[in-house]
Write a protein that binds this ligand. Sequence first.
Ligand code: OFO
Length: 173
Amino acid sequence: MISKQMSDTLNKHMNLELYSAHLYLAMSSCTNELGLKGASNWFFVQYREEMIHFMKFYSYLTDQGVVISLLASEAVPNQYSSLLDMVQKTLVHEQLITSCINELIEQAVREKDHATQIFLQWFVTEQIEEENNDRDLIAKLKLVGNNGHGILMIDGEMGQRVFVAPIGSPLAV
Ligand code: OFO
């Protein structure tokens, strides 16, 4: 049993996860255009992870008997000054998502909604990893600055990222 208020805010957040997926898919396209194939791969993997996050919310809500609402999707930016700019904006976006997850948990606690609290725990851990990955990349990109060899080395590392669907994930897109 989930309250209307709780399901509405979860539904809203589900749409934000879809926005995240679109944001990173656009970044994958931008980096591809710049010739940074590794970074393009990294953002594409990030896109796929966001689709899993979206589907986790979708499955949770439908399992709770909620008919989901897909809201109109906001256009995402596709102009960036550099790879560093993209990753810095990624970190800012992930910090926003972290604060949204925290607010969702606070609401679930207020409503004594234990099921939703348990559901959201996975996202608490996930957000630590998301922010940490971005901070690592920002630090490396700042170290190399405008050095082309350095950027290509980081691009090569970003190309190693592999998508791994979390155990029990509703859908590997
Ligand atoms: Fe779904 O964590 Fe990023 O946005």
